[in-house]
Design a protein around this ligand. Structure first.
Ligand SMILES: Nc1ncnc2c1ncn2[C@@H]1O[C@H](COP(=O)(O)OP(=O)(O)OP(=O)(O)O)[C@@H](O)[C@H]1O
Length: 351
């Protein structure tokens, strides 16, 4: 019998997580980055950087098969970390790296896939935190499709340079912003390779931020070069992950979490966006993408749930019009304010 002395005399007394770990050992070995079992859901993040597509598929099937056999596991969620060159893997030394950085603390806002509301959350978190009295700046690291100048209504303005550093562009809500959108004419395609993209991001982050203490960084979706460069060169103090409640989006969110965890960046928590649609005509509530999925996933992975933003037409319309909903009044502004307070509390509790 497979015994683990520190967890009881036989398998019947062992925790599902221990049993799951033991079941994964022969099929996945050191590909397992993180494993959590909670409320019958086993969530595993696999490092598949060196595997081709076929090998990944095989690994996923084997992992799912092994975990389904584990007593106490009713559902299996598998996420895989980025394709990358192992020699460029970030070194997990968060404390040392943070100590070495000068300038504002970075809070990365990430998601595994596009279109889930990462930019919307970044803008409104920054605006809500500024409203609560913090000195917050915003970096639009989505250098391939910058949207923040429009969302913060300072499109068309150009940052000045002070020495060899950029000076962020002010916005009407007290949140200074730097975005590639300020440097490249709108509509012009930017086709950079990884190292150039990393350099551009460096210029936006290592800018003249003045008295800004907290820098929200709106990452591009996914787990590619820009994210890696970000983690390696500009160690964030923490990461906020945004997802819709859908299963598929959550899988992607788990992938993003895997990337941050692998680099030793603490996860502040998850935000569920586009949950619960209230019809502007009849007032009836429906859930096009489901509801509660991100909260359940956060719980299953042992992370905090920071809050929920409803799916509401006014969010898109106001955002596109350069009026961040967090700057207004009402339930949507309150939802952003509550998430901002949670993030501030987390930041204040860091050394
Ligand atoms: N809660 C919401 N209710 C209604 N519309 C929303 C909501 N959140 C975001 N949107 C809209 O959905 C679209 C995508 O949002 P956003 O650009 O913030 O996503 P993203 O994850 O940053 O996307 P990308 O990956 O393209 O950068 C935008 O038009 C935005 O206004």
């Amino acid at each position: 019998m497979d015994e683990t002395p520190s967890h009881g005399p036989d398998a019947g007394d062992r925790e599902p997580a221990d049993l799951a770990r033991a079941a994964l050992e022969p099929v996945a070995g050191n590909a397992v980055q993180t494993l959590r079992v909670a409320d019958g859901v086993a969530s595993v993040v696999l490092d598949v950087a060196e595997l081709d597509r076929l090998a990944r598929d095989r690994l996923e099937i084997a992992v799912r098969g092994a975990l389904r056999q584990v007593p106490g596991v009713a559902e299996v969620r598998v996420a895989m970390t980025a394709e990358r060159d192992p020699s460029t893997a970030p070194t997990p030394t968060p404390a040392a790296a943070q100590g070495a950085r000068t300038g504002p603390r970075i809070i990365a806002v990430g998601s595994g896939k596009g279109g889930v509301g990462k930019s919307t959350l970044s803008t409104n978190l920054a605006v809500a935190m500024a409203r609560q009295g913090r000195k917050v700046g915003l970096v639009d690291a989505d250098i391939y499709g910058p949207s923040q100048p429009r969302l913060l209504a300072n499109e068309g303005q150009r940052p000045e340079a002070q020495g060899n550093k950029l000076v962020p562009v002010p916005s009407p809500w007290g949140v200074p912003l730097l975005s590639m959108g300020h440097l490249v004419p709108p509509g012009q395609a930017i086709a950079w390779r990884g190292p150039m993209a990393g350099k551009a991001l460096g210029q936006l982050i290592d800018a003249e931020w003045g008295d800004v203490t907290d820098l929200i960084v709106d990452l591009p979706p996914g787990t590619g070069d820009v994210q890696l460069s970000m983690l390696q060169s500009h160690k964030p103090a923490g990461a906020v992950i945004v997802s819709t409640p859908q299963d598929l989006a959550l899988m992607d969110a788990m992938r993003a979490i895997g990337l941050f965890e692998q680099a030793g960046v603490p996860i502040v928590g998850l935000v569920e966006n586009m949950a619960g649609y209230i019809c502007p005509h009849c007032g009836e509530e429906s859930d096009p993408f489901g509801i509660g999925g991100a909260e359940a996933a956060a719980k299953a992975m042992g992370h905090a749930f920071l809050g929920r933003i409803p799916l509401q037409m006014s969010i898109r319309v106001d955002s596109d019009g350069g009026r961040p909903p967090a700057a207004g009044e009402g339930p949507v502004a309150d939802a952003f304010a509550s998430i901002a307070r949670r993030l501030s509390t987390w930041l204040d509790n860091q050394k």
